[in-house]
Design a protein around this ligand. Structure first.
Ligand code: ZN
Length: 248
């Protein structure tokens, strides 16, 4: 149902996106001028992107974040959250740069193209926060990943409504590590109707579904751990994780 709030929120995103695309012709990372053939990131910054290459390693530092916790098949991050590359996430989260989120999502999708993925699941934002921002950046990243994966796996789909956020959490940056951990415990719900449909669909196929849980950044892993644990309690599934950035 289209509400006034949704329309207002949509207009806000549109205005932000236009502003970021039309006015700024500078690199999101280094603020240097962009050439006419470049978009958002200059060629030098793109070539120097500190790739974490975690998808190539068996037991990468990103995989180790979840050791001793919930079982995760593979953790993949596109780049290390450091230096000027932190601006990429800032632009996506606070400047309405949806085009950049989509582009980086596609790059992330290409990095995990060899993985067996059935469903892509974004970490949800609380509805209030989503209304304020106008979008959930993780959902946009999922759209990019899906576009890439569909080239070799046409049946892959995104499930935006499988996970729900039930408590409003303050911005994570204001909290220390222990507070963050406590903050995300019990912050999520599974949509049981959706989960039931998925269970039935994969039972008919005789397959255990492989889920890809997606967030913008991997820090302590608390949020992703909470989501993955909940999904595993509700569904018989395998879970991998993909994030744009990894905080080393
Ligand atoms: Zn640059």
């Amino acid at each position: 149902m289209i509400s006034v709030k949704n329309i207002a929120s949509g207009l806000k995103v549109w205005a932000k996106s236009i502003a970021s695309v039309m006015i700024k012709r500078e690199c999101v990372c280094c603020s240097g001028p962009l050439q006419s053939f470049e978009t958002d990131i200059c060629t030098k910054c793109l070539l120097d992107l500190p790739s974490s290459f975690t998808w190539a390693e068996e037991d990468s530092p990103a995989d180790k974040v979840f050791w001793g916790r919930v079982r995760i098949e593979k953790v993949t991050s596109l780049f290390l959250y450091q230096g000027r590359y932190r601006n990429l996430l800032y632009s996506i989260k606070y400047k309405g740069n949806i085009r950049l989120a989509l582009r980086l999502g596609k790059m992330l999708g290409r990095a995990i193209a060899s993985q067996d993925i059935d469903l892509i699941v974004p970490v949800p934002l609380h509805p209030r926060k989503k209304r304020k921002r106008g979008y959930n950046q993780s959902e946009i990243v999922c759209r990019g990943i899906e576009a890439s994966l569909k080239q070799t796996a046409p049946s892959v789909a995104t499930e935006n409504r499988l996970l729900e956020r039930k408590r409003f959490t303050r911005t994570q940056t204001q909290k220390d590590r222990i507070d963050r951990w406590k903050n995300v415990q019990n912050a999520f719900n599974v949509n049981f109707k959706k989960a039931g449909q998925i269970r039935q669909r994969f039972r008919d196929k005789g397959k255990t579904p492989s889920l890809l849980l997606v967030d913008d950044v991997l820090t302590t892993g608390a949020t992703l751990d909470a989501c993955a644990s909940l999904l595993k309690e509700t569904l018989d599934c395998r879970i991998s994780i993909a994030t744009l950035a990894y905080v080393p």
